[in-house]
Design a protein around this ligand. Structure first.
Ligand SMILES: NC(=O)c1ccc[n+]([C@@H]2O[C@H](COP(=O)([O-])OP(=O)(O)OC[C@H]3O[C@@H](n4cnc5c(N)ncnc54)[C@H](OP(=O)(O)O)[C@@H]3O)[C@@H](O)[C@H]2O)c1
Length: 478
């Protein structure tokens, strides 16, 4: 089938595309800025059409010859008049889709409350669905908070739980909502292509409260149970500001996220079960386990901030739920030769100019019962997954481009060091990233206390790699 995906740079769209390709569909993507989809794993397998739903004349080429189209767009980051933009965008797209005789639009919207006031965001999501459905047969799949690595709801829960062992919380944390695992949402979005179905279908797994979300998260992460002191106030505006302060989620996004949790929004799963009986929605706990596994493996496909313009307001040192320190360097050596230098780190060769600092850290570690630095390595050149290199454990090796080491030091958190090598012109570029997932405030304090030392230590590590790469004989990578 010929499928159009809008919102391809977004959290959901970016994950749906490879699944559509795997299922054998021909995929066209509508993007405002084609440069934003370059170098995605799927970029050269899709047709990229530049367009903006607020510019109606740009939509005809995108819609021409398409069988079904996914509408995965919202304007929440565009400012206070986002509802007007949502409405205009949906109207323009619906008109273009109708003119191109697209058989159906699949729109991912938001579960609506049964009664009472709905927030401006939820109102706009509903209106978007109605505008599309008025012009073209539309299947509106409605979701609550999507849980997956890098999703906004997951990141909000993750940061609050990791960073705050004690929380004074408003009463909405005991309101049940219906989350859905990103895997389940994607399965249904994909399966829906072959179902003769229009109208509204709510998605989700069993309901949970935000308090339960945080408790489950801390259980899965092995954190000490968080103390929660509920207050009788609701104060969503204040809570959203607090979320903006403690987590990298911006206020634009925190406000609708919090508002979406202030009243029970559960939807009705009967239609989902009737039309997608083979899909068993993943429970919240499993979604958290999978999200954490993805983060740990450095395999986050898309993130909530992916669709935000460059320069968006999240900390560069705070990505995918972890503190990161990244340094890169271009070398005149081939990727294979740079890899030679990387795979020989540690052991007798040491860790660069600051060997005394690594040793001091190792002694401290031994003093508190950790393995220390002196474990060496099995082979000076060969490196295999699961092996030890001094105080690191090798988690992944993909010669000549990727090495992931996990620290086995005693730490108030978990730490990794990752090396990525790619070709750059006639030479190579190496990107070295230190990750730290702090356990509570103690972990954060530890990281920031060591931050001034990290900068020269990690720079020295790159110096060492550069020296070795320039010296190393070219050898076949193992
Ligand atoms: N993520 C969730 O937790 C969640 C939960 C429930 C429902 N949903 C629904 O799922 C859908 C997709 O959400 P998402 O989380 O994937 O969103 P997202 O990551 O914020 O992505 C939004 C997408 O919309 C595109 N876009 C915005 N304005 C546009 C315009 N004028 N013309 C063309 N494209 C435009 C953005 O492109 P640029 O890169 O050019 O900005 C981006 O690709 C939305 O309808 C949302 O309401 C999401």
């Amino acid at each position: 089938m010929k499928i159009l995906v809008t919102g391809a740079t977004g959290y959901v769209g970016g994950r749906l595309i490879p699944r559509l390709l795997d299922a054998g569909h021909e995929v066209r993507v509508l993007v405002r800025d084609p440069a934003r989809v370059q170098r995605r794993p799927w970029s050269d397998q899709v047709q990229v059409v530049q367009g903006d739903v607020l510019e109606p004349q740009s939509l005809a080429p995108a819609c021409r010859g398409i069988d079904q189209a996914y509408y995965l767009i919202h304007s929440m980051y565009a400012g206070d008049d986002y509802d007007q933009r949502d409405r205009a965008g949906a109207q323009h797209f619906a008109r273009a889709a109708s003119a191109a005789q697209i058989a159906r639009i699949l729109y991912l919207g938001a579960i609506q409350p049964e009664a009472g006031e709905r927030s401006a965001h939820l109102h706009s999501r509903r209106e978007t669905g109605a505008v599309l459905a008025a012009a073209v047969p539309t299947l509106e799949l409605r979701a609550g908070p999507i849980i997956g690595s890098g999703s906004a709801s997951f990141e909000m829960c993750r940061y609050l739980t990791e960073r705050l062992p004690l929380m004074v919380t408003p009463r909405w944390i005991d309101v049940p909502v219906r989350p859905v695992a990103i895997r389940t949402a994607l399965q249904i979005l994909l399966a829906a292509l072959d179902r003769d179905l229009t109208g509204v279908v709510d998605l989700g797994a069993d309901p949970v409260t935000f308090r339960e979300m945080m408790a489950t998260y801390s259980e899965v992460r092995g954190l000490r149970p968080r103390r929660i002191l509920p207050t009788p106030v609701l104060a969503p505006g204040l809570a959203a500001r607090w979320v903006g302060l403690i987590t990298p989620i911006t206020n634009d996004l925190a406000v609708p996220l919090v508002q979406g949790m202030c009243s029970p929004i559960l939807g009705d799963l009967r239609k989902m079960r009737e039309h997608f009986p083979e899909i068993e929605p993943l429970p919240y706990r499993r979604a958290v386990e999978l999200a954490l596994a993805r983060i740990t493996q450095g395999q986050v496909e898309t993130r909530w901030s992916g669709s935000m313009p460059a320069g968006a307001t999240y900390h560069l040192t705070d990505r995918e739920g972890m503190i990161q320190e990244q340094q890169s360097r271009r070398l005149p050596t081939s990727p294979a030769r740079t890899w030679e230098a990387v795979r020989q780190l540690g052991g007798e060769r040491g860790w660069g100019a600051w060997d005394w600092a690594w040793r001091a850290r190792g002694l401290l570690d031994q003093a508190i019962g950790g393995p220390g630095i002196r474990r060496g390595r099995r082979d000076a050149r060969q490196i295999l997954p699961g092996e030890v290199v001094d105080f690191w454990r090798v988690e992944a090796v993909e010669p000549p481009r990727y090495l992931l080491l996990r620290a086995e030091f005693k730490l108030p958190g978990r730490a990794w060091l990752r090396f990525e090598i790619r070709a750059h012109g006639s030479g190579s570029e190496i990107v070295q990233t230190a990750f730290f997932a702090p356990k509570g405030l103690r972990g954060l304090a530890y990281w920031w206390a060591l931050y001034p030392v990290h900068l020269p230590v990690f720079a020295a590590l790159l110096d060492q790699i550069e020296r070795e790469a320039l010296r190393a004989p070219t050898a076949r990578p193992r």
